[in-house]
Design a protein around this ligand. Structure first.
Ligand code: UDP
Ligand code: MG
Length: 316
């Protein structure tokens, strides 16, 4: 049996060595397995790649895939899955927020308890800004109402999966990758491991508020057509009300003749309806933009350097 550990890294020069050391400690307990560690350098601007190269020279279990520029964590994860040849495939962050020692019970769940996925769920959001936590929580509540698939509260990307799960994920080569949605969409028997939120050891999170909002919109648009339906419903109600009001105005004019008052009502209607039309256009635009980027079939990432042999890379 072989285990592949995938680690997406972007500007993590301070964490790589520490992480590698921790993983080595864990591997002592996983000697019954063949192991490969695949670092995916997502176009880091610091010395992350040098650190990875150094480790890979010393340890032939360590492989790397380095992108030509920053393509985002989702692309790095996909590249890692694509390059992995293990029967069990683990995914963890480079910043030690996903403690490698937690991998042991996760792997055992797949090995002995016949689960297909062992995934981590954090039970609190310690160390996160209050406002950010609130927005994140509201987002997941909204998503669970509108998606066909449910996303577990606090679900993380930290997980170990059997090869069949990863192959199902690789069969979803969509450009806009909302991994939490994708992981949940493919299904399979999952065991959840709960743990406290761990703060980053070094560096800062790569998620600005703006980036998180973009990710949230991507998530909703790629997994649900609910916004279009809401726009359709509100549009229908607004037109019905409009039709009734126009009928009333016509009747009133026919009976009592025309009068000048009503300007404020008119302006309010025009403003509200214009706002709504623009909003709906924006929603439709989001979907069209997604179609536009999907239809181009651009690769999710471009590899600059790697020591994963092409033969080892499993076909899509
Ligand atoms: N990451 C990446 N590409 C990016 C941003 C992040 O590969 O464009 C990696 C990063 O190095 C880390 C993981 O994804 O290993 C999670 O990133 P981060 O810690 O910034 O996210 P958070 O833990 O705050 O959700
Ligand atoms: Mg992190």
């Amino acid at each position: 049996m072989k285990i592949s550990l995938i680690i997406p890294c972007y500007n993590e020069e301070e964490s790589i060595d520490l992480l590698y050391k921790e993983i080595c400690l864990v591997l002592e307990e996983l000697k019954r397995f063949d192991i490969e560690i695949i670092f995916v350098d997502d176009g880091s601007k610091d010395n992350t790649l040098d650190r990875i190269l150094k480790i890979s020279e010393e340890d032939n279990k360590v492989k790397y895939v380095s992108f030509s520029r920053n393509f985002g964590k989702e692309a790095a994860v996909y590249a890692g899955f694509y390059s992995a040849s293990g029967d069990y495939i683990g995914l963890l962050d480079a910043d030690l927020q996903h403690p490698p020692k937690a991998l042991i019970p996760m792997i055992e769940a797949l090995e002995f308890d016949d689960y297909d996925i062992a995934a981590a769920r954090r039970i609190n959001r310690k160390g996160e800004k209050k406002g950010y936590s609130f927005c994140a929580k509201s987002f997941y509540k909204l998503i669970n109402r509108t998606f066909q698939v449910k996303i577990e509260d606090g679900a993380q990307d930290f997980r170990v999966m059997k090869r069949k799960v990863v192959e199902a994920i690789l069969n979803m080569p969509e450009y806009h990758r909302f991994s939490k949605g994708i992981f949940s969409w493919v299904g399979f028997k999952t065991k959840w491991f709960e743990h406290e939120n761990v703060e980053r050891v070094n560096g800062t999170t790569k998620w600005s508020f703006r980036k998180s909002c973009g990710y949230a919109i991507d998530g909703i648009v790629s997994f649900s057509t609910m916004p279009l339906r809401i726009a359709l419903c509100i549009g229908t109600i607004a037109s019905l009300l409009g039709f009734l009001y126009v009928s009333y105005i016509i009747l009133r004019t026919l009976i009592y003749g025309a009068d000048i008052p009503g300007f404020p009502t008119l302006v309010s209607f025009i403003l509200i309806m214009n706002g709504f039309i623009l909003l709906s256009l924006g929603i439709v635009g989001e979907y069209i933009a997604k179609i536009f980027t999907e239809i181009k079939h651009r690769p999710l990432y471009i590899i600059d350097k790697t020591n994963v042999e092409v033969g080892e890379i499993k076909s899509k």
